[in-house]
Design a protein around this ligand. Structure first.
Ligand code: FES
Ligand SMILES: [Fe+2]
Length: 431
């Protein structure tokens, strides 16, 4: 449970908010590389943390992220002309390179003028199929993160993004909540039996135990979280890592998420799978994986979960019953949604655009939820009070998800010996 004040502190990420200031100190994914324009193509509008940006590639293929409003007198750079080595504002023709260099100011006679000013652009990097940006104060960007999937080429990696019409925290909650799997995804898990997809094989055992034992430890990067279910003579332990401010390494070990606020009531939910041995990024494996979890384009569009459809009639909302298919449910499906992604989204979105946490009733199944609140609030408070942001300097590449069988008396932490534990176990702590 959180009072209204803490809830707002945790959830609001617009310019000038404490959590927004914290988030802007990290490198964040702002788009999939596949969704960026071609070199020299038309500029593309993006919204991140409640601010508008323009993404573009110049004729050499270099990516750039521009603030929406032109440096001169604020016309939108979404209107700008793509002209080889820069974007030209259509109002007075000022032209800006992707690194902010001002190339031309045709309405100013002084040729030196342009050398004294700098366009509004942000540092960007391309890695792991994503465009990353640093949106914080100039010159204070942290080391660029080294996530394991960044070493994989496109053939060995799958990128996918879903748009969820709710606050980012609600989506992250679903990622550190093992006990919903057996219930919400019961029909999907039942379908994993015998399916020859790695994802299916790694999750099929979960259909047999709805109340796993759950523990969480605070770490230098955020926290790790274990769900343990009986297995043979011992237990199957599934360990997820939450990495502040919005990343999760799934226990499957080959799946990573970023949940990046578009604004306070919408987020981009990035997924990355990787496999050094198998060409999962190539058809048919890529398409099979995406369809299995409901991240294929037609299914996302059907529920209004793409950038092009999230404001359309297709989007899940109260008036259309969140697009639940009651006929499918009557025919035996537990929820009446097409797949995992839609089931998760329906629960996150239907709890409110920005969920009220003053009325919730957390239980022992929700240890990681309260740990998540504490982790996020620590970031927001640190930014508000001018303190060092927790996790900003953590070596995030060490934060992995994993699973394994442990003996009856074996500590699950032996599966993640490299994790630096900051505080003790949170077994009893619910809130
Ligand atoms: S507003 Fe862009 S050049 Fe004047
Ligand atoms: Fe889920």
């Amino acid at each position: 449970m959180l009072n209204q004040q803490d809830n707002e502190l945790m959830c609001r990420t617009g310019a000038g908010t404490p959590m927004g200031a914290a988030m802007r100190r990290f490198w964040l994914p702002v788009a999939q590389l596949a969704d960026l324009p071609e070199p020299g193509g038309e500029p593309k509008a993006l919204e991140v943390l409640g601010e508008k940006f323009i993404a573009w590639r110049d004729d050499k293929g270099r990516p750039g992220l521009y603030a929406e409003h032109c440096l001169h007198r604020g016309a939108s750079m979404q209107l700008a002309r793509a002209e080889g080595d820069g974007l030209r504002c259509i109002y007075h023709g000022w032209k800006f390179a992707v690194d902010g260099q001002v190339l031309e100011t045709p309405n100013v006679a002084d040729p030196k003028f342009k050398e004294r000013i700098r366009g509004r652009t942000y540092p960007v990097r391309e890695a792991g199929g994503l465009l990353w940006a640093y949106l914080g104060p100039k010159g204070q960007e942290p080391a660029f993160p080294k996530w394991p999937f960044m070493e994989q080429d496109d053939a060995h990696r799958i990128n996918a993004v879903a748009v969820a019409n709710c606050n980012y925290v609600q989506v992250v909650e679903g990622l550190v909540d093992s006990s919903h799997l057996t219930v919400l995804h019961a029909s999907g898990l039942a379908k994993t039996n015998g399916v020859d997809l790695d994802f299916a094989k790694k999750t099929t055992h979960m259909q047999f135990d709805a109340s796993p034992a759950i523990e969480a430890d605070e770490t230098d990067f955020g926290f790790h979280y274990v769900a343990m279910r009986p297995s043979g003579v011992g237990r199957m332990a599934r360990i997820a890592s939450f990495i502040a401010p919005c990343f999760v390494a799934n226990p499957n070990g080959d799946l990573w998420f970023a949940v990046v606020p578009v604004n306070d009531e919408r987020c981009n939910f990035y997924h990355v799978w990787w496999n050094p041995e198998k060409a999962i990024g190539v058809e048919p494996l890529r398409g099979q994986q995406l369809a299995f979890v409901g991240l294929d384009e037609p299914t996302l569009a059907k529920y209004g979960m793409t950038a092009a459809t999230c404001d359309s009639e297709a989007a899940m909302d109260w008036r259309n019953g969140y697009r639940q298919d009651r006929a499918q449910q009557r025919a035996g499906h537990f929820t009446g949604f097409d797949s995992f992604t839609q089931e998760d989204a329906a629960c996150s979105v239907s709890s409110g655009a920005l969920r009220d946490r003053s009325q919730e009733m957390l239980s022992t199944a929700d240890i990681a939820i309260s740990r998540l609140y504490r982790s996020l609030l620590a970031c927001a408070r640190a930014a508000r009070d001018g303190q060092a942001i927790p996790a900003l300097d953590a070596e995030v590449g060490r934060a992995v998800g994993t699973f394994g069988e442990i003996g009856p008396d074996q500590d699950w932490r032996t599966l993640v010996p490299h994790h630096k534990i900051v505080s003790g176990p949170a077994r009893q702590q619910v809130n």
